[in-house]
Write a protein that binds this ligand. Structure first.
Ligand SMILES: Cc1ncc(COP(=O)(O)O)c(C=O)c1O
Length: 393
């Protein structure tokens, strides 16, 4: 068996150095737990950054994977694909009307690229309003829509003359910036990478109204928030709005790569054969798995479970942190603890207790576990948070 040091050496020798990694390598996963090479168990509150929505190796997903691998993995979109059509139907049943048509890609960035292209094609306009502190992916279009300079550094000029940035939450700026030249407004319903920032309902509703008034399309990026994580199937539902285009990825495949855009018949009709495409997008394998993911979330009510468990957890964390200037926020099982400079230290403290959390925006502990997380695992984290706070006071 390979030892950790050998794996690390191999990685340093042969991989691009574009990730900074923790000193651990996992060999096995079950539910909300990961196991390292020595068999040590870790409580995983990162879940592949909101990807392993049903936990690691969910038995029903593993069974579906095995069945489909034995049958058919990939065929081209030159042909009809049963599993793709079935997944699109499943998405239509969990989306509000009139969002009933899907196009499949392989990642969040690709979904946002497709959404931006669709908005430009549908409206025949070129400009897009995006927000500061956002994150939409690393490809040129998605990166250009990302309102964080640190991700732009070294790659400019990106798409110039396309994106107009406003502050997340700035209603007046929204009203001013969206004009008859605007093809779309692109927003996360809760900012993830930006530090778990929940916008006001008024901001989100104004975005919807302003887009409708000026003939622009509202793109909601549910890549991180989607599929029950925030306590509703989609986070835009917290604000009683219906977007024109929704982008999905991460949790949709339960660990297998897939992205999607979902829109109405009318908006989707802007794409004709040849307008857009993806070789791997919508292959029978990943579509069958994603359909199963949706089925499990629905049948087990994991969205409502995330809401109940998340609400209780957030309020418990708030009281645990009340002696500290920490800000606990989020919805459902998408939770942030803003700790400032202490965030990195707390992450290390958790790691020593074999609990995985991640730091986003340099100062916020992000907690985005599998939606099947048990109450005892949640208590285990609470104990660690309490010991950290006690050790610092
Ligand atoms: C809101 C949001 N959009 C898009 C992306 C990009 O997704 P991917 O890494 O699958 O391209 C992310 C990834 O973190 C995200 O959080």
């Amino acid at each position: 068996m390979m030892k950790f040091e050998e794996i690390k050496k191999l990685s340093i020798s042969y991989l691009f150095a574009n990730y900074s990694r923790e000193e651990v390598c996992f060999e096995k996963g079950r539910g909300e737990f990961l196991y390292d090479l020595d068999g040590n168990e870790y409580l995983d509150l990162v879940a592949g950054i909101a990807v392993n929505i049903l936990g690691h190796c969910h038995p029903a997903i593993t069974k579906t994977v095995k069945e489909q691998v034995d049958k058919l993995v990939h065929v081209s979109n030159l042909y009809y694909i049963k599993e793709q059509a079935q997944l699109a139907q499943a998405l239509a049943t969990i989306m509000p009307e009139p969002l009933s048509r899907s196009l499949f890609v392989n990642s969040g960035a690709e979904a946002n690229e497709a959404a931006l292209k669709l908005a430009v094609k549908k409206t025949k306009r070129r400009r897009v309003v995006a927000v500061n502190n956002s994150f939409h992916g690393r490809t040129i279009g998605a990166l250009s829509a990302t309102g964080q300079q640190k991700y732009h550094d070294g790659f400019e000029p990106l798409l110039s003359n396309v994106f107009d940035f406003i502050n997340y939450g700035d209603i007046e700026a929204l009203k001013e910036m969206v004009t008859s030249d605007t093809a779309a407004v692109i927003l996360e319903p809760i900012q993830g990478e930006g530090g778990i920032v929940v916008p006001s309902a008024e901001f989100m509703r104004t975005a919807r109204d302003v887009c409708t008034d000026r003939g622009a399309l509202l793109i909601i990026d549910e890549v991180q928030t989607g599929l029950g994580r925030t306590g509703k199937m989609f986070a835009f539902e917290h604000f009683d709005i219906v977007p024109d285009i929704v982008t999905l990825a991460k949790g949709l495949g339960g660990g297998f790569p897939i992205g999607a855009i979902v829109s109405s018949d009318d908006v989707a009709s802007a794409f004709q054969p040849g307008s857009h495409g993806s070789t791997f997008g919508g292959n029978p394998f990943v579509c069958r798995v994603a359909t199963k993911v949706i089925e499990i979330i629905k049948s087990e009510g994991l969205d409502s479970r995330a809401r109940e468990i998340g609400e209780a957890w957030i309020s418990r964390m708030k009281s645990l942190c009340n002696s500290k200037p920490f800000d606990v926020r989020g919805k459902g099982l998408m939770i942030g603890i803003e700790m400032g400079e202490e965030a990195k230290q707390f992450q290390k403290f958790c790691f020593k207790d074999r609990i995985l959390v991640n730091v986003c925006a340099g100062k916020v502990i992000r907690i985005v576990p599998a939606l099947i997380i048990s109450e005892s695992s949640i208590s285990r984290f609470d104990q660690t948070l309490l010991s950290y706070i006690n050790s610092r006071s």
